[in-house]
Design a protein around this ligand. Structure first.
Ligand code: HEC
Length: 116
């Protein structure tokens, strides 16, 4: 019973959300994003977030991109570098649709993904 009360109190304070969830509500400045990274964030929210989480590790249509570059490999086993990630973004991959970003937008998106 005491434990339950403690849990309820904790939920009231934290909203019982997944770790990382609060970052979605933070501004670009609060996240210390450069102008380029902020542009990438905007693109991500429009074109990627319906299928990939950025901050929580929850799986949506596909895996979360949190900590994408912190491991040497992506979940599929390909190296986590800009060349390979860029290829997936431009050409798509199986269930993932291709995107039509120009060079500047792609660079911004990759810069943002490095902040995750
Ligand atoms: C309609 C859903 C959808 C959208 C939108 C989408 N993706 Fe994906 N993404 C997927 C799926 C599904 C996979 C897994 C592809 C596979 O290997 O079968 C994937 C895979 C990936 C991978 C890794 C592939 C690997 O080899 O492990 C990256 C990186 C990625 N997506 C980034 C992005 C980015 C950045 C965007 C926005 C430009 C985006 N995705 C938009 C569904 C989506």
């Amino acid at each position: 019973m005491r434990l339950l009360l403690l849990l309820m109190a904790l939920c009231a304070v934290t909203g019982c959300r997944n770790a990382g969830e609060e970052k979605y509500e933070m501004s670009d400045a609060q996240l210390h994003l450069t102008a380029q990274q902020a542009e990438g964030r905007h693109l991500f929210n429009r074109q990627c977030r319906q299928c990939h989480e950025a901050y929580t590790t929850t799986k949506r249509v596909s895996f979360s991109l949190a900590g994408l570059y912190s491991k040497p490999e992506l979940p599929s086993g390909i190296p986590a570098n800009d060349a390979r990630v860029g290829e997936v973004i431009v050409h798509g991959k199986r269930m993932m649709p291709a995107t039509s970003l120009d060079q500047q937008q792609l660079a911004a998106l990759l810069a943002y993904l490095h902040t995750l």
